[in-house]
Design a protein around this ligand. Sequence first.
Ligand code: C5P
Length: 300
Amino acid sequence: MSSVTVRVPAKVNVQLSVGPLRDDGYHDLVNVFHAVSVFDEVIAKESESISVRVEGESADLVPVDNGNLAIQAARALAKHAGRTYGVELVIRKAIPVAGGMAGGSADAAGTLVACNELWGLGLPREDLMEIAADLGSDVPFSLLGGTAVGTGRGEQLAELPTGGRFHWVFAIADGGLSTARVYAECDRLRAALEEVVAWPQASDALLAALKAGDARALGPELANDLQPAALMLRASLARTLEAGRELGALGAIVSGSGPTCAFLAADEGQARELAVALVGAGVCRTAVPAYGPVAGASIV
Ligand code: C5P
């Protein structure tokens, strides 16, 4: 095998409940992940050494050195296999960079699946999931896809079957936000407000809406504890969310740590119209209709 191509989806958090700060610098979460049809492609080609090239929108913002999560994924997999391997990775980006849609995690998950195949390792998914959890909190979900409830720092996953397809619009902003910075701002705001931080709990109403495939019931249940912090760091997102609500979205939320905003639509037609209207209103750089759930990292 000289080349393997893997397609890997973005995610939106339909519920992101952030618990108290832990001693290891992470937060315990209830993180309800939902994989959506915005895909990066990871192409792995035979090579003597490990390298990465990034193509597509905002590709210049992605590091190509050891800071690249895909490089770290290839190294971690080779180490797990106990051998020295090489790979030339080409990443074709459609997921916004530093956008709160787990683009870096997607590329790491795609790399694990692609290199497992390219190198003929035949490692089972459970092994890839373990390596994924060490790479980042969202990487296991990028492997799994679908809809799932994440606990711990988000890496412990329980699959959640959904009763149908949900239609979304993702309003993509100029520039990104650092996940670590948004969590730190969340802690700062909570301390300033002297908030008592409760242990995170999954919302029964949200889980029921997902199970039933009921977009109208899901809309008002969308919840993201990182949203106030993202709005503090990027005040313009309040206007983006408001515009989506006024244009008839069933729900409007910052995606993960932002700055992408996610809008739930009643159907595919409304999602298309909403995307055009959001761009027309001048509240985002671009808007992408998509649906979920979709499968995790898969060889194409
Ligand atoms: O796990 P990952 O490297 O993707 O996390 C990036 C940053 O997000 C962490 O360094 C931490 O600041 C924050 N984070 C957190 N609690 C989590 C997940 C991430 O505080 N459960």
